[in-house]
Ligand binder design. Structure first.
Ligand code: TYD
Ligand code: MG
Length: 454
């Protein structure tokens, strides 16, 4: 017995294991059962049925882009990808005292200035403290409403009655749910409270800003799951001794990550910085060994930063290695590359690395800057102040290409730099393009860099 061509819809299926064959077989080759295959008709091809209202074609799905709530704080809008998406939950993390509450209050004031009613719920500070901060920031808008409610259920009721344009909760660690037994600030409370606020945001299209404290090791206190629950995670960072503050996107369901906003903490609050490069280079020492400028790209924005290194003979048994604003692991790796490839003896030298201005650079393009600064300090030879360097370094001491070179070149040119040390492939790529009056110096290895620099 055999299925003929016109019987293509026929199928023989094993009653024991479900094995299917186009031919009848006496014994199932899969499970070995005898005489278990029987004739079945193939199911008819699926025909499209009725589309229920809960599903909709992708092409006509709501484009929330156009509905974004523009905060009016340019650096904040940039980081969010053009404003806050309705119904989204945004978490802002940062060290205590970095300026989170200041940022929130200024943001609320900016929205209130557009005649939007906003609600600020704070469990951290008293009404009086907020009032004092508002006075300092010269904020007196009547459309900002304050509450010191800590209970999430009451908060949801309040928001439901008021229907504000935005709800800000400062901080999520002070919020508790009546339906959870554990203490406020505990992992369960933080998670449950966030889940309830998430439900509120999604069901009522209310955008919610949550402030979250950061623990010593840099994670937002409370469960990691908090970061998975929210739509957007922003970190507000900086050195408290410095005036610069960086707002960095760590996660964004509605925009790019790695975008940064730059602020300056002034007497009268946070001011956005349009031209961060000029600011970060303002106090740069010229003709001093151990300093070099790097055109970094954060998100869509080029920023020139100064990389400083201090290499000095160690008086300790184990030499110290310190990196501020850069990855210490990366510093260790680059130090090893220099020892191996250039034969410079660094094991008995203390090394301090600093990215000036309190900014943190995570991109590998920093490598060439680190190496240049280390060599400059080690040999006590200053680098020409009109020079910038940029490139990744591999374990063999090779200089590797990094992205967005044209943007880096433009920014360096704009700020008056005239020599650019870069990976050879980038230089090749840029040749024939507009070079902003810049001399491009291709470097293939760290040895070549050392040779060209000094
Ligand atoms: P704050 O917003 O309270 O920080 P956070 O909520 O992250 O804990 O900001 C605290 C710091 O900011 C405080 O040390 C004082 C400083 N600050 C200014 O320098 N200028 C200002 O206008 C304000 C309001 C605060
Ligand atoms: Mg605060």
């Amino acid at each position: 017995m055999q299925a003929s061509k016109k019987d293509a819809a026929l199928l023989f299926v094993c009653g024991q294991c479900g094995f299917a064959s186009r031919k009848w077989l006496g014994r199932c080759p899969d499970c070995g059962a005898w005489d278990s295959l029987s004739e079945q008709r193939k199911p008819a091809a699926l025909r499209p049925g009725r589309v229920p209202a809960s599903a909709q074609p992708l092409a006509t799905a709501d484009e929330e882009e156009c509905l974004r709530l523009v905060t009016g704080i340019a650096e904040m809008d940039r980081v969010l990808g053009g404003g806050i998406v309705p119904g989204s939950l945004v978490l802002i993390g940062g060290d205590p005292g970095i300026g989170k509450s200041t940022l929130i209050l200024q943001l609320l004031a900016s929205l209130a200035a557009k005649d939007l009613q906003v609600l600020y719920v704070t469990g951290e500070e008293s009404m009086r403290q907020i009032r004092m901060r508002a006075n300092r920031l010269k904020i007196g808008n009547e459309a900002i409403f304050l509450s010191t409610e800590n209970c999430v259920e009451a908060m949801i009721d309040l928001a439901g009655t008021m229907r504000p344009a935005l709800l800000a909760v400062d901080s999520i660690q002070t919020v508790y749910s009546e339906e959870v037994g554990s203490a406020p600030g505990s992992v369960t409370q933080v998670r449950e409270s966030t889940a309830r606020l998430l439900a509120l945001a999604k069901s009522s299209h209310l955008p919610i800003l949550l402030v979250g404290h950061v623990t010593k090791d840099g994670a937002i206190a409370g469960p990691r799951v908090l970061e998975h629950m929210v739509d957007t995670v922003l970190y507000f960072e900086g050195d408290r001794g410095q005036v610069f503050r960086i707002l960095r996107t760590v996660k964004n369901r509605f925009g790019s990550t790695n975008e940064i906003g730059v602020f300056e903490m002034q007497e009268s609050g946070l001011a956005g910085v349009d031209n961060p490069s000029a600011l970060f280079l303002a106090e740069r020492p010229v003709n001093v060994p151990g300093s070099v400028v790097l055109p970094s790209v954060e998100g869509t924005r080029p920023i020139l930063v100064e990389v400083q290194a201090l290499v000095s003979r160690s008086s300790l048994g184990t030499a110290r290695r310190t990196a501020i604003g850069a990855d210490p692991q990366r510093l260790a790796l680059l130090t090893a590359v220099l020892e191996k490839k250039l034969g410079v003896t660094l094991f008995d030298h203390d090394i301090f690395l600093n990215v000036a201005g309190g900014i943190r650079i995570v991109e590998p393009a920093l490598d060439l800057g680190v190496v240049a600064a280390l060599l400059s300090s080690f040999f006590e030879k200053p680098i020409d102040p009109a020079t910038v360097v940029c490139g990744e370094i591999g374990l063999a001491g090779e200089v590797r290409a990094v992205g967005q070179m044209e943007m880096r070149l433009r920014e360096a040119g704009r700020l008056g730099f005239s020599t650019f040390f870069m990976p050879e492939s980038s230089a090749r790529h840029l040749r024939g393009k507009k070079q902003e009056g810049m001399r491009l110096v291709p470097v293939r290895t760290v040895a070549e860099l050392a040779e060209h620099l000094f």
